[in-house]
Write a protein that binds this ligand. Structure first.
Ligand code: XLS
Ligand code: NI
Ligand code: NI
Length: 433
């Protein structure tokens, strides 16, 4: 036991009227919603990086957090893990997520990185065996170190491609060893700053080959988890290749990987791409590639990836509505890829940030489930498309322009517009918030 969270109790569900800050008001893991436990619907994961590795810097200032585990030694990394697993327990979190660089000290070279990662993987494994949470996903950080400044898989230097491929192999090994249910690739530096120095076609070909190798390796080692790409349009790179869900799907199809790889959709990234979160989820569901979510919001005014904890129930409800319509999570879950504000220095701030976020998600899920059970939204959608249920409408899809034209003339087709009822539906949704 460390004393970092001294005096902070383990959080339990205490109902909406609870007095204590250290309580769940809506997150009730065992509550049954649409035939499934709430915990199994939401599948919360706590991210390692923002909580335990991020020092609190912003573009104008450096570290604000003074954590006893900050330092680049194995002892620091183990203390960090001790504190992290204490936080997972306090929050009763079923899952966590990590990058290699969050959990291990940076070595002098690839071999030392790998040794450090392997040692920390065993340290994690022991804690997980002792009742710790499960691993939702692991990933490689191929964007912070200066060697990756011009990209990883898309770097003009083949040695960086090699270093990246080897690093991903070690991270997939670690994820596999820890029973990870997914493996994520987020290409923060896979893109370009200026076309003047960029061979885009070559970079896209390399990125496709790199991803194919990841899928081949997954099958080689018998990893049963899902490979996920996390789309983002920009930041840190000016133009990122994995712009949004639709772009990633086109890329997967081009390399024949659309049945092998799904997407991890982040709320803030959707906003940066000019979409809503639910748009991205619905797009992924329609294309058969919905995997997992990073539930952290952006600031709507600053236009920057601020990675804030969710605090807006109606927004979250619309996201979970699309997830429930898509059948819910399978291997995916709700990862809080979120960080404190840099003035939130106290240990309890880490706990309260997650407690609030988990409650907002629980409330959103309950509202989404109630809307589905109520059925009026889906009934209205069904009515709007009812014409397509008729056999003659279905037959038209199998005919051709000549036959359709003949039919339009024969029947004197003269379509009359119908109201889309948007305001009525918005009013209906608000009744569930
Ligand atoms: C950055 C991304 C990153 C991924 C994991 O914007 O959200 O944190 O989730 O590499
Ligand atoms: Ni992000
Ligand atoms: Ni993310």
């Amino acid at each position: 036991m460390t004393d970092f969270f001294a005096g902070i109790p383990q959080l339990t569900y205490q109902g909406a009227e609870a007095e204590s800050d250290f309580a769940f008001r809506h997150y009730n893991p065992d509550e049954i919603i649409l035939g499934r436990r709430m915990e199994d619907h939401l599948r919360f994961a706590i991210c390692y990086w923002h909580n335990f590795a991020w020092p609190g810097g912003d573009p104008f200032g450096g570290q604000t957090f003074l954590r006893p585990w900050f330092g680049n030694t194995m002892e620091h990394a183990k203390l960090k893990a001790d504190v992290a697993f204490e936080m997972f327990r306090i929050l009763n979190a079923p899952y966590f997520c990590f990058h290699d660089v969050d959990m291990r000290p940076e070595g002098a070279d690839f071999a030392e990185n790998t040794r450090n990662l392997e040692e920390m993987t065993e340290y994690f494994a022991a804690k997980m065996d002792a009742g710790g949470p499960k691993l939702l996903w692991g990933t490689a950080n191929l964007f912070s170190h200066r060697r990756f400044m011009s990209g990883a898989a898309t770097n003009p230097d083949p040695d960086v491609f090699a270093f990246s491929a080897a690093t991903v192999k070690t991270c997939m090994d670690a994820t596999h060893r820890l029973g990870g249910e997914n493996y994520v690739l987020w290409g923060g530096r896979e893109g370009y700053e200026t076309l003047l120095n960029t061979d885009m076609k070559r970079e896209l070909d390399h990125m496709g080959r790199f991803l194919s190798m990841v899928v081949e390796y997954k099958h080689k080692i018998g990893f049963k988890g899902t490979i996920l790409i996390e789309p983002k349009p920009q930041e840190p790179t000016k133009h990122q290749y994995d712009y949004d869900v639709a772009t990633v799907f086109g890329f997967l199809q081009r390399f024949g990987l659309e049945k092998e790889v799904k997407v991890n959709i982040e709320q803030g990234h959707a906003i940066l791409a000019g979409h809503s979160f639910e748009h991205e989820i619905a797009t992924a569901a329609a294309l058969g590639v919905f995997g997992s979510i990073d539930m952290n919001r952006n600031d709507y005014q600053s236009g920057w990836d601020t990675d804030q904890f969710p605090n807006n129930t109606p927004e979250v409800a619309l996201a979970y509505y699309e997830i429930l319509r898509a059948g819910g999570f399978t291997s995916g879950g709700t990862n809080f890829d979120a960080k404190l504000r840099r003035q939130s220095l106290d240990a309890e701030d880490l706990i309260l940030a997650h407690a609030g976020a988990m409650d907002v998600c629980a409330r959103g899920l309950k509202a989404a489930a109630a809307m589905l059970e109520d059925g009026r939204l889906e009934a209205a959608r069904g009515t709007r498309y009812a014409g397509w249920d008729k056999p003659e409408a279905q037959a038209m899809l199998a005919s051709d322009l000549d036959s359709i034209t003949a039919d339009v003339i024969a029947r004197g087709v003269d379509p009359q517009p119908h109201s889309g009822k948007q305001e009525k539906l918005e009013n209906l949704v608000n009744r569930f918030m």
